[in-house]
Design a protein around this ligand. Structure first.
Ligand SMILES: [Zn+2]
Length: 234
């Protein structure tokens, strides 16, 4: 990776009055995700691809206080930083975000949602490791696309499957197993990480955000269903 020459390098890349500029969008998304409990304690992250530029929230910054000037910007093709604030650390999620962008995503969201974590524990306890999360006949499944290159979203009677990978001591070490899960489940737009959280991506910011919301709703419902002894599948 190329290094930058100072904290203000290429500041024009992240300064815009447009609320839909990626640097501004990441800040507003992180504030929303913070209130949902998805990114508390500086956990989680968000990245947006805009043409050949990847905008990435930094590591270790309180998500609700994030500023556009905190953003890292990478050239997607060269994999070099165009902007690297010197006082901040790049996100350990960066190679995982790049894996999603390589598969055509426009935005990738990583949360430490407790519902996602609980679902990974329930699947392990009741179905074992090497098993994905599966659920059907829940209306909110319609918020999830059928798969890459396929038209439309899942239907009410379709089965939603979300692969689960095992956690590692360091976030960046998840990259290989995330990529393996993406290959094994080519239709998925999300990968759960056991005892950790979830990576969700979409064709654009709107889709990644709504899919992340739909999945979190489904995971919360699944946890409550389990408490009541209700099955996830028929
Ligand atoms: Zn994480």
């Amino acid at each position: 990776m190329a290094s930058s020459h100072g904290a203000t390098d290429n500041e024009h890349l992240v300064q815009s009055a447009d609320p839909d500029h990626p640097a501004n969008l990441i800040c507003s998304l992180c504030r929303k995700f913070y209130t949902l409990g998805w990114v508390t304690g500086t956990g989680g992250g968000t990245s947006i691809r805009h043409h050949d530029h990847i905008f990435i929230a930094p590591s270790g910054v309180q998500k609700e206080l994030m500023q556009p000037t905190d953003m890292f910007v990478m050239d997607f093709n060269k994999r070099e930083y165009l902007r690297k604030p010197t006082v901040l650390k790049p996100s350990a999620c960066t190679p995982l975000f790049l894996a999603a962008f390589t598969r055509g995503a426009g935005c990738c969201i990583h949360t430490h949602s407790q519902w996602a974590v609980l679902v990974t524990l329930l699947v392990e306890r009741d179905f074992g490791k090497d098993t994905c999360f599966e659920i059907q006949e829940i209306e909110q499944i319609k918020g999830i696309p059928k798969g890459r290159g396929k038209v439309g979203n899942l239907g009410y009677y379709d089965r939603l499957r979300v692969p689960i990978i095992e956690n590692t001591a360091h976030e960046e070490d998840l990259t290989e197993s995330l990529e393996e899960a993406m290959e094994k489940y080519p239709d998925t737009y999300a990968v759960l990480v056991r005892r950790h959280g979830i990576y969700v991506w979409g064709d654009n910011v709107h889709k990644a955000k709504t899919q992340c919301e739909s999945l979190d709703y489904i995971f919360q419902l699944a946890v409550e269903m389990k408490k009541l002894g209700l099955p996830w599948t028929k």
